[in-house]
Design a protein around this ligand. Structure first.
Ligand SMILES: Nc1nc2c(ncn2[C@@H]2O[C@H](COP(=O)(O)OP(=O)(O)OP(=O)(O)O)[C@@H](O)[C@H]2O)c(=O)[nH]1
Ligand SMILES: [Mg+2]
Length: 525
């Protein structure tokens, strides 16, 4: 445990938010109070982050998730040996790097989950960089230890190769074998977290007006804008006026993470509140103000600045030969919207430019359909459905609405829709060959010839390339085909036929005709 003593002196974390906005009466005394650690759980997709948390809180979140992957952040508070720990789960899918990085920003400590049967994977590397970059103390959970044939030393070696050296090998990182299935090692993990937290001496000033960060938000069709807030300083009360950066409001309802109504929330506690006028984007900082007017003024002032920073209007430089695919994107929560936008950017756009004309949280409404209609856009919903009215209007106007539950499926579908805008490619397919046995009349570009099919078939309407030995003479078209003086559509191998050839080359006895069909082929992006 020697490393813990080393980090004891590193810092006393008092919350990482800047404190400039915290208006406090100058005569007021600070009241520092210990607070539970905020622990972010990070790791590659499917390595068992949610399962570990599930085992800890004994509920089954993972089974309810689409495609079995966590698609937005979740925060929970648990108690172990009389001490609280706040956990923030994050998704491991590569599209969610922004969420992982935000999760790491709000946390005091991290648990890096590595499935021992898979070892270090791309997002494991990403989160190692993240925690190292932010000097975030962390513990590694070598998960799925219950699986047969696990060689822990192999994984430790991989981690060491990526700069994470285990305590047992003289490094500074505690590593614990865990199983979310059997529960082995979980208590040890929790104890290690509490030990690391103790070393950090985490404190918050409860004399300050409450402030913190938005960790999850969405538009609830019944309750309106709903946000999960993490309290970093002060104590949040259930009737407080509150300002985020882009919106404000007065708290209408406040619940703990299991949905129980609560009156107040202390530092490090995640709470779900309603009462904002708009949906505050994930990552925004919030703070309590004296009254709703002050909150509104602060949000609109902050909002303007943020807007300028965030949205240099999307000016696309579109070349004349490029096509534009207009898209309206609606999603259940901000985190998903962000991950979608990020993943959509990976679609090649040399030929078809993707223009996102609206990206919003909330169900697909009539206004979205009308916008899609006037902008000739397609609507893609992620875990949201159209309202009945929107569906009806869409059907009437012929507006396409696509709905998905899994990010990469949505992105794949956008890519396919964009590819439909490309001109199809003409591909030639050889269908047969014929040896010329006799030539008859020639009239301008038209010539009557006869021969035997040596391969495949001859077909009326097909193109024919004329060659004489090695030399290619050019192409023409077969406009009529006869076998035994009867018009036919095709003539098979080893049969003789006569045909009307239209084209430049002058055909002679002994030449070869190669027949081919030109087909339109859909292109992909
Ligand atoms: N045998 C075994 N299976 C596990 C263990 N932990 C998780 N799993 C399984 O691994 C799969 C993925 O688990 P999740 O908890 O959803 O993984 P995750 O890291 O939260 O995944 P994302 O949120 O998508 O990044 C599930 O099928 C779990 O049942 C474990 O300790 N042992
Ligand atoms: Mg998960």
């Amino acid at each position: 445990m020697g490393f813990l003593l080393e980090i004891r002196h590193l810092r006393v974390r008092c919350g990482k938010l800047n404190q400039s906005h915290m208006a406090k009466a100058s005569n007021q005394q600070s009241i520092l109070q210990s607070r539970p650690p905020v622990v972010v759980v990070l790791g590659h997709v499917d390595h068992g982050k949610t399962s570990i948390l599930d085992f800890i809180k004994k509920t089954k979140v993972a089974e309810k998730e689409s495609g079995g992957i966590t698609q937005h952040i979740g925060a929970y508070q648990i108690e172990h040996i009389g001490k609280l720990i706040t956990f923030v789960d994050t998704p491991g899918h590569e599209a969610f790097s922004a969420m992982r990085s935000r999760g790491a920003k709000v946390a005091d400590l991290a648990v890096l989950v590595v499935a021992a049967d898979e070892g270090v994977k791309p997002q494991t590397k990403e989160v190692i960089n993240l925690v190292t970059h932010q000097s975030l103390p962390f513990v590694v959970a070598l998960n799925k230890a219950d699986k047969p044939g696990i060689i822990v030393e192999k994984i430790k070696k991989q981690l060491a190769d990526n700069g994470v050296l285990a305590e047992s090998s003289g490094g500074k990182v505690p590593m614990i074998s865990t199983s979310a299935k059997t529960g082995a090692g979980i208590d040890e993990l929790l104890e290690m977290i509490l030990l690391l937290a103790e070393m950090e001496e985490l404190k918050a000033d409860i004399s300050l007006p409450a402030s913190g960060v938005v960790i999850e938000s969405f538009l609830d069709s019944k309750r309106g804008p709903t946000a999960t807030l993490l309290v970093r300083q002060g104590v949040l009360f259930s009737k407080d006026a509150i300002a985020a950066e882009s919106t404000s409001g007065s708290i209408k309802t406040m619940e703990d993470f299991v949905g129980r109504p609560i009156e107040k929330a202390e530092p490090s506690m995640p709470v779900r509140v309603t009462g904002f006028f708009g949906v505050p984007p994930v990552g925004e900082e919030w703070q309590v103000m004296e009254n709703p007017e002050a909150a509104k003024a602060r949000a609109s002032q902050k909002g303007e600045i943020e807007k300028k920073k965030r949205e240099p209007a999307q000016i696309l430089d579109i070349k004349p030969e490029q096509k534009v695919f207009n898209l309206i994107l609606k999603a259940d929560v901000f985190g998903s919207l962000e991950a979608l936008r990020q993943t959509l950017e990976t679609i090649p756009q040399e030929e078809v430019v993707l223009r996102v004309i609206l990206a919003e949280v909330g169900e697909i409404g009539e206004a979205d359909v009308k916008l899609a209609d006037s902008a000739k856009a397609k609507i893609f919903g992620f875990r949201v459905s159209p309202t009945q009215i929107a569906s009806n209007v869409a059907q009437r106007q012929g507006v396409r609405i696509f709905s998905f539950d899994v990010i990469y499926e949505l992105v794949k579908a956008v890519r396919e829709q964009m590819a439909l805008m490309l001109e199809p490619e003409m591909v030639c397919q050889e269908i047969g060959q014929l040896r010329i046995l006799a030539t008859f009349k020639r009239d301008g570009l038209r010539q009557i010839v006869g021969g035997r099919v040596t391969k495949g078939k001859a077909e009326r309407g097909s193109f024919a390339e004329v060659s004489r030995g090695e030399e290619k003479l050019g192409r023409g078209k077969i406009t009529q085909l006869q076998a035994n003086k009867i018009d036919v559509d095709s003539c098979q191998k080893d049969k003789e036929c006569g045909m009307l050839f239209e084209g430049e080359p002058i055909i002679e006895k002994g030449d070869t005709l190669v027949f081919f069909r030109e087909e339109k082929k859909r292109r992909e992006l």
